[in-house]
Design a binder for this molecule. Sequence first.
Ligand code: 5GP
Ligand code: ZN
Length: 114
Amino acid sequence: MDSCIFCKIIDGTIPAKKVYEDDDLVAIEDLNPVAPHHVLLIPRKHIVNALDLTPEDDGLVGRVFRAAAAIARERGVEERGFRIVQNSNPDAGQSVFHIHFHLLAGRHFGWPPG
Ligand code: 5GP
Ligand code: ZN
């Protein structure tokens, strides 16, 4: 999608610090990290948010979660813990309308979220 920041990161038009990629997704460092570890896992397919997922994306979501867990393990934060967050629409704070999953780790996160 021409006007989408994350499509541009995926096609290389906008630079980003990639930490992982495969046929289905790209993982990058967040530009404005809110935790010591803040990685965005972005499916290559332009899906708007959770409301836009179809049955054909079921496997993709599983792969995103397994990639996030692998990155958490690689970084040695798996025992302390980590959070995987997907914001859909304004009340949740979604600001980029190409689905992405935040992997957050390296500090304590409150519950319920703010
Ligand atoms: P959302 O608020 O939609 O859940 O998350 C969007 C995230 O994308 C934010 O954490 C924001 O810092 C990050 N972000 C926005 N634009 C860019 C960019 O151009 N590069 C990178 N690496 N992250 C971005
Ligand atoms: Zn996009």
